[in-house]
Write a protein that binds this ligand. Structure first.
Ligand code: HEC
Length: 208
């Protein structure tokens, strides 16, 4: 027989269980919380700062420090992903972090965003993908690189150009000009494609 013990019952007395409680408990011991909330920084910088505070004597369980990172990432980062309004329909971005068990970042805590599709009819997966690329390039230009290895046996055209159908997407992102001009060309392409495929559809499209 298995005996299920609720996780909470195993927690040490007084252990903080919410991001805010953990941050207040661990980070307001030596200075006020205002020092923490006044200085937004990104994931890596918070990671370094918290390590510095541990060196100075900040103490808590690993779970509590995970919660502290949650708090910092959700409340004190310069990038508020949901309010960096690109008008992307049907999706919200939720801060998240995890420790991969395999491949190149194995064992390291990685921060990122989780995409939650809230309306599958409205969601534009491809547009969301290229917007993400543009945002990552803008936020972390130094760590950004396009895939340079041959893609699908094609070596003389960058993989991203093959995937997006031409150099427009890559050039818009690299130049910092933004995606607007390129996006503006999609409507006509989409209209043509819809017309072209109409005769092979088994069921009519809802909006036709
Ligand atoms: C054991 C004492 C102690 C605890 C606990 C502590 N700090 Fe600090 N913290 C300090 C000291 C001392 C300074 C000022 C020295 C400095 O600025 O280098 C400081 C400064 C800071 C600063 C401003 C300086 C900087 O590096 O940007 C930030 C931000 C900060 N702490 C964040 C935190 C966070 C987040 C936590 C919780 C994980 C925390 N601190 C917990 C001792 C502590």
């Amino acid at each position: 027989m298995l005996l299920a013990v609720p996780a909470r019952a195993q927690q040490a007395a007084g252990e903080a269980t919410t991001p805010e409680a953990a941050a207040v408990k661990i980070c307001s011991g030596c200075h006020g919380m205002q020092l923490v909330t006044d200085t937004p920084r990104d994931w890596d910088a918070w990671h370094d700062t918290v390590q510095k505070m541990i060196d100075r004597g900040a103490r808590g369980t690993p779970e509590e420090f995970d919660l502290v990172m949650d708090f910092l990432f959700q409340n004190v980062t310069p990038v508020d992903v949901n309010h960096a309004d690109r008008g992307l329909p049907g999706v919200v971005f939720v801060p998240n972090y995890f420790r991969p068990q395999f491949q190149k970042h194995r064992g390291a805590v990685c921060g990122g965003v989780e995409l939650l599709v809230t309306d599958r009819e409205a969601f534009r997966s491809y547009r969301t993908g290229v917007e993400l690329l543009a945002a990552i390039h803008r936020l972390w230009p130094d760590g950004f690189a396009w895939r340079a290895a041959p893609y699908e046996f094609v070596a003389d055209i960058p993989a991203i150009d093959l995937l997006t159908g031409g150099p427009e997407c890559r050039q818009a992102i690299e130049s910092g000009a933004g995606l607007e001009d390129w996006l503006a060309t999609w409507g006509e392409d989409e209209r043509q494609f819809r017309a072209e495929r109409r005769e092979v559809l088994l069921y009519p499209e809802a909006d036709e």
